[in-house]
Design a protein around this ligand. Structure first.
Ligand SMILES: [Ca+2]
Length: 185
């Protein structure tokens, strides 16, 4: 490559870097079959997908076995603060899938409140079922609801659990384990 061509290529690369916005960051994780609590009422998650989009954080959850009970998601916003800052809960067997967002301090458990739980009203927060077989639900959490003080978070990470008081719970990617940090576009 001549020097001129190299310079032109570098210029094009710089322009592309400048012009093309960063894509929304997504993350997909498959989960093993039959790794939940193993009780009578034990749902089995097999795949989640998180999309930290411009306006909402979308979390898509696919079940293999769907018994119902609560689906709980956790959101981490602060690197230096152990555990989640928010979680959301929905009972996906009951349309219209009322979804609640809570401001939390720490993990708590799937079954009982943790410390400093506080219902956090959030207009536009909703869960919808996008497939019956296999059962697939998508929860959209408006980013503006996730402010702590200032702006919405530039990056988040997620941990999801399906479970109830009898059957235990199935976590993705694992119990008290996070997805990678996901930046919005
Ligand atoms: Ca599973």
């Amino acid at each position: 490559m001549t020097k001129m061509r190299a310079a032109a290529a570098a210029l094009v690369a710089a322009l592309v870097t400048t012009i093309v916005p960063a894509a929304a960051e997504t993350w997909t994780k498959s989960d093993p079959l039959d790794d939940g609590g193993g009780g009578t009422y034990s749902s089995d998650l097999v795949r989640i997908k998180v999309n930290h989009a411009q306006r909402k954080v979308y979390v898509r959850v696919r079940y293999d076995e769907f018994v119902g009970e609560v689906l709980k998601g956790h959101l981490d916003l602060r690197r230096g603060d152990e555990g989640p800052e928010f979680n959301w809960q929905v009972a996906p067997q009951f349309a219209p899938y009322t979804t609640n967002l809570y401001r939390v301090d720490g993990w708590g458990s799937v079954l009982s409140p943790g410390t400093s739980w506080d219902l956090h009203p959030c207009q536009g927060l909703r869960t919808r079922q996008v497939s019956e077989q296999p059962p697939v639900f998508v929860t959209g959490i408006p980013r503006r609801c996730l402010r702590i003080g200032g702006s919405p978070p530039s990056r988040i990470r997620v941990s999801v659990a399906a479970g109830d008081a009898v059957g235990g719970s199935d976590w993705v990617p694992g119990r008290h384990t996070w997805s990678p940090w996901l930046a919005h576009d």
